[in-house]
Design a protein around this ligand. Structure first.
Ligand SMILES: Cc1ncc(COP(=O)(O)O)c(C=O)c1O
Length: 446
């Protein structure tokens, strides 16, 4: 008689456990929790840039848990710090001082953009909360109500963050709040004004003035913008964008909130923050994702005089918990000690050259864009009409999976490949990823 085994339980093969895990996900998780691929991938362990599924198949991770695994999976420095902290103290709440949190805040004050004066931190658990905190603070500090976000922008899943998110697919509910306006995105490949950079005069940024004068009382609380629009498909604003946009925001009393949830922590190469490539200081900066290499944390950092304008008391039960704070400190140490900001620039340049080579070979690749280790390919059916190639992107995903490469998806039309390996990625890994992409594009073109 065949041995009776619980489905996917002890003694089951990797394939059986994977099937059982996928079935449980489908049954017990919200269906809105989308997964990639026709048949979801069940991941079991990871190290550095490599990830293994439950059947033991190995993949090269070029999405890094959505730009979160900044210093590589299971980084020994981060793992060691977390283990040490778990044995000492896991939680006390913000009602008591915990040393890891204040050491982290001190460290952050030393690496925020030079001259910005951003030195006062509030910790939460996610990017959504970091953005919520920033918006609430901007309203309190200015006494104004309106916040301007960007079309194609993404700010998270809480009610306010969803309002600031300008993608119908991520909004879902028709629960519009007043006081949120969306400016045109600095999306040069699909310029909202049909213009070409650099002759455009940065019209998208200039348009902020009319937006404020025609759709608000003429006073705003702030402008929240990703320095590179992540979910939007790694849309990189032109170099002058923030230099034109931010003075307009300030003219109408608003604060500039730079969302560095995706672009922060050295990902753009050489600098800690995306905004440092633009020569403009934010008044408030938000971040999360790559900050603690996968441990939950969110950060809102500002100048002390703005922080002092918070009205009433506030608490985040888990925010700044010692375990995530130690993980963040260890992540920052790894970025510094392993010179990963420079590696992001060097490997980003190598990757970009290879991607441009693929664009010459495959007409499907309409645009190659990005900064550092945040590179994207926008797929189009026709380079003239720029008709989005979302179905082709789906086929590319299956091909790259079969060849052992994990990539990310983005863009309003679901036609952008997002590529963001850990900052530790090597030249050999970049070349292997390029070879897989080449073979995968060839397979779907044929
Ligand atoms: C730019 C940006 N801001 C905010 C968020 C929200 O972060 P979280 O998912 O941690 O709430 C995200 C998440 O993808 C993001 O990309």
């Amino acid at each position: 008689m065949a041995e009776q085994r619980p489905e996917g339980g002890v003694g089951a093969s990797g394939a059986e456990r994977a099937r059982a895990a996928i079935a449980r996900q489908r049954r017990y998780l919200f269906p809105a929790v989308i997964t990639y691929y026709t048949e979801p991938l069940a991941v079991e362990r990871a190290e550095g840039t490599r990830v293994w599924d439950m059947e033991g198949r190995e993949y090269l991770d070029f999405f890094g848990g959505i730009l979160t695994v900044s210093v590589g999976h299971s980084h020994p420095g981060v793992t060691g710090a977390v283990k040490d902290q778990v044995e000492r103290l896991v939680h006390v709440s913000t009602l008591y001082v915990n040393e890891p949190q204040v050491l982290l805040a001190e460290k952050i004050a030393s690496i925020t953009p030079e001259g910005s004066g951003l030195s006062c931190s509030f910790f939460t658990n996610s990017g959504s909360e970091a953005d919520e905190t920033a918006v609430a603070l901007a309203k309190m500090a200015t006494g104004a109500n309106t916040i301007i976000g960007l079309r194609h922008g993404y700010a998270g899943r809480t009610v306010l963050a969803r309002q600031l998110t300008a993608h119908a697919a991520w909004r879902g509910l028709d629960d519009e709040m007043t006081g949120v306006k969306q400016a045109h995105a600095p999306y040069c490949y699909r310029c909202p004004f049909g213009q070409k950079y650099p002759d455009c005069g940065i019209r998208c940024a200039q348009d902020l003035r009319e937006l404020i004068q025609t759709t608000t009382p003429g006073r705003i609380a702030g402008f929240l913008a990703e320095t590179i629009l992540g979910v939007g498909g790694f849309i990189v604003p032109p170099p002058e964008y923030f230099q034109v946009a931010v003075p307009i925001v300030r003219e109408f009393g608003g604060l500039f909130i730079a969302d560095e949830v995706q672009a922060g922590w050295g990902r753009t190469g050489d600098r800690w923050w995306g905004i440092e490539h633009y020569g403009v200081h934010p008044d408030i900066m938000t971040t999360a994702k790559g900050m603690a290499n996968g441990f939950p944390i969110g950060l809102t950092v500002t100048r002390p005089e703005i922080a002092a304008r918070w009205q009433g008391l506030t608490i985040s039960t888990f925010g700044g918990n010692p375990v995530s704070a130690r993980a963040a400190l260890a992540t920052i140490a790894a970025i510094e000690e392993q010179d990963l900001r420079a590696n992001a620039r060097r490997m980003g340049e190598r990757f970009r050259q290879g991607l441009l080579g693929l664009q010459e070979k495959y007409p499907l690749i309409g645009d190659v864009r990005g900064m550092g280790l945040m590179q994207a390919l926008e797929l189009v059916r026709d380079r003239k009409t720029k008709e989005p190639a979302a179905a082709e992107l789906g086929r590319l995903f299956e091909q790259t999976r079969q060849r052992g490469l994990l990539i990310g998806k983005g863009g309003l039309y679901g036609n952008v490949v997002r590529l963001s390996p850990p900052l530790t990625v090597s030249a050999d890994e970049i070349d292997r990823a390029l070879a897989v992409l080449d073979a995968s594009f060839a397979a779907i073109a044929g």
